[in-house]
Design a protein around this ligand. Structure first.
Ligand code: COA
Length: 172
C-alpha cells in the first residue's frame, strides 16, 4: 500500500524500538493540548518494550514508513476484545510522528487495520479514542458510543469509546 510520501506495511519485532520512540514523541507533542503534563508523562510510560511486544508480536500491527529516509512515522494495531473470537476487533494503538501529522497517515493506517479485520470476519471495530484522536476516528467513520474515564498508571483520562460497523462477507 503506497500513499503520497509514505507506505504502510505490517510491523515486525525489530520495529519495536523505533515504534516506541515515535509513540513517545506523538504523545508528548501531538496530545499536549488535551492532557496535563503529568497525564502525558504517565501515558508515555506505556511506550515500553514489554507493551511493544504485545502490540506487535501478540497482536497484528501496521507501521507507516516515510519514503524519504525509511523512518517509522506511524503505528496502529488490531486486537480482539475476546480472542479467539475475531468478530469484535479493537484498534489498540494509533500514533503518528508529529513531523508527519495532518497528511493522512492515521487514515491510511486505520484503512489497513480495517481491511485486515474484515478479512478475519470482524463485524465491528471499536476504539478507545483520546481527546486528540476522537475527530480522527470520526472522520474515518467511527461513531461515539459513550465517554469513558480510562484509568492508566495512576491517572484518569477522558476518552471516547468509538465504534465502526464493518461490511459482512469478506473484503469489499
Ligand atoms: C491522532 C493522530 C494519530 C492523528 O494522526 P494524523 O496522521 O495527523 O491524522 P490524519 O492526517 O490521518 O487525519 C485523519 C482525518 O482526521 C481529520 N482530523 C485530524 N485531526 C483533526 C482535528 N483536530 N479536528 C478535526 N479533524 C481532524 C483529518 O482532517 C483527516 O480527515 P480527512 O482525511 O477527511 O481530511 C496523531 O495526532 C497522534 O499520534 N496524536 C497523539 C497520540 C494520540 O492521541 N493517539 C490516539 C490514541 S487513541
Amino acid at each position: 500500500m503506497t500513499k503520497t510520501g509514505f507506505s504502510i506495511r505490517r510491523a515486525v519485532e525489530t520495529d519495536i524500538g523505533p515504534i516506541m520512540e515515535m509513540k513517545r514523541r506523538a504523545i508528548r507533542e501531538s496530545a499536549k493540548d488535551f492532557y496535563t503534563h503529568e497525564e502525558l508523562e504517565a501515558w508515555v510510560e506505556s511506550a515500553n518494550p514489554t507493551r511493544g511486544r504485545e502490540i506487535v508480536v501478540d497482536n497484528e500491527a501496521f507501521v507507516a514508513i516515510a519514503d524519504d529516509g525509511n523512518r517509522i512515522i506511524g503505528l496502529t494495531n488490531l486486537e480482539y476484545l475476546q480472542a479467539p473470537d475475531t468478530t469484535q476487533g479493537e484498534i489498540g494503538q494509533l500514533y503518528v510522528d508529529p513531523d508527519f501529522g495532518g497528511r493522512g497517515v492515521a487514515r491510511a493506517l486505520l484503512a489497513a487495520a480495517l481491511e485486515l479485520a474484515i478479512s478475519h470476519g470482524s463485524r465491528q471495530l471499536q476504539a478507545t479514542a483520546s481527546r486528540r484522536s476522537e475527530p480522527v476516528f470520526a472522520a474515518c467513520g467511527y461513531e461515539q458510543v459513550r465517554r469513558q474515564m480510562k484509568e492508566f498508571n495512576g491517572h484518569t483520562y477522558d476518552s471516547a469509546i468509538m465504534m465502526r460497523q464493518l461490511p459482512v462477507g469478506g473484503n469489499d
